[in-house]
Every structure is written in structure tokens, then in C-alpha cells.
Design a protein around this ligand. Structure first.
Ligand code: HEM
Length: 162
């Protein structure tokens, strides 16, 4: 599938957490492989300039990103930054408010993830489930618009469905 629906300013964003079967299929090392591959794509992408240019700093963000997704997807609680804050998603939205993220950046980000997922050898239904989560949640990290406006009301628009 790998469809992307547009982010609409002010619209509620509903999403479900990824199915624990996704993490179970990949395991800890498999999740790391996926996320490292994703960051390799990011490094080559048009949004590479958003990320630290220093190699060591980039490696740190890459590692933190992998740990975040391991925890979020049902693995061990290894993402320290977010764990202290309570809700991981609210923390992610706030963290991304430091960057000017446009819809175009979101499309590029998702494209990097799509490439990484295509290289990952697990059931397509599990990849689709993870994609649905990312496609929806990523809307809440978009905070800048081509009309010059910025929009930070994201928490109140977040609806996590059971
Ligand atoms: C939609 C477009 C997105 C863009 C352009 C983007 C951009 C960025 C940037 C620039 C950083 C680096 C922060 C730094 O320099 O320290 C970052 C970190 C991170 N992003 Fe995103 N991001 C996007 C979406 C997402 C989404 C949807 C998620 C999660 C579902 C996510 C999870 C993370 C995590 C876990 C980190 C590392 C946080 C940490 O340092 O502890 N990002 N992102």
C-alpha cells in the first residue's frame, strides 16, 4: 500500500499504536536494522539538512530514533528521553516543534521509511499496519505551511484509537 493522505491543518488525527506482532516479527536487532536503514535513507534525502551534520551527533540521533521505535512498538523501555516525560507521542510532537516541518518534509520522511520497509522481510500485513500508524501520526509533526503560517495545536488533535 504505502499511500500518503494529506495533512489538513486543524483536522483531528486518529491512529492506532502499531500491532505488537510487528515488533515480535522483527525482534530487537531487526528493529535496529530497519531504523538504521531508514536513517541511511534520511542521510541521502532532501531533508538531510534538518539533521545534525556532525557524524557523531547524527549517529546519536539515529540510535535514539531506533530506541524510540523499539519502545513504542512494544519492546523494552529503552528510550530514556521520552520515558521520563510520560506520553511518548506528546513528547515527539514537542520535540519536532523545534524544526520547521512542511508537508513536503513529511512526504520525504515517509518515503525514506517506505524504502526501508521494502527491504524488510516480514509479512506485508505487518508492514501495512506499521505504515498506517506512521502515515497518520506523522501529520502531527507538520507545523509549517507554504502560506507562511505555523501551527502548533497538535496535542489536542491527537486521538489514539483502541
Ligand atoms: C514528518 C516528518 C519528520 C521530520 C522532518 C523529522 C525530523 C526530525 C529531526 C530533524 C530530528 C533530529 C533532532 C535532533 O537534531 O536532535 C528528529 C528526531 C527524531 N524523530 Fe523525527 N521527523 C519527522 C517525523 C517523525 C515521526 C513521525 C516520528 C515518530 C513517529 C519521529 C521520531 C523521531 C525520533 C524518535 C527522533 C529522535 C529524538 C531524540 O533525539 O530523542 N519523527 N526528527
Amino acid at each position: 500500500m504505502y499511500e500518503i493522505t494529506p495533512m489538513i491543518k486543524g483536522e483531528e488525527v486518529h491512529f492506532r499504536l502499531p500491532d505488537p506482532a510487528f515488533y515480535e516479527a522483527l525482534g530487537y536487532e531487526g528493529m535496529k536494522d530497519l531504523m538504521y536503514r531508514f536513517y541511511d535513507e534520511i542521510y541521502e534525502s532532501s531533508i538531510a539538512n534538518f539533521f545534525p551534520q556532525d557524524e557523531e551527533e547524527f549517529a546519536k540521533v539515529k540510535e535514539k530514533n531506533a530506541l524510540f521505535f523499539i519502545q513504542l512498538c512494544g519492546g523494552p523501555k529503552v528510550y530514556e528521553a521520552g520515558s521520563q516525560e510520560g506520553d511518548l507521542h506528546k513528547y515527539m510532537i514537542r520535540l519536532h516543534d523545534d524544526f520547521s516541518i512542511y508537508e513536503k518534509s513529511r512526504t520525504e520522511w515517509l518515503g525514506c521509511m517506505e524504502t526501508a520497509l521494502r527491504h524488510t522481510d516480514i509479512a506485508q500485513s505487518l508492514k501495512d499496519n506499521f505504515w498506517e500508524y506512521l502515515e497518520a501520526f506523522s501529520k502531527l509533526t507538520v507545523n509549517s505551511f507554504t502560506d507562511g503560517s505555523h501551527y502548533y495545536a497538535a496535542y489536542t488533535q491527537m486521538k489514539i484509537d483502541k
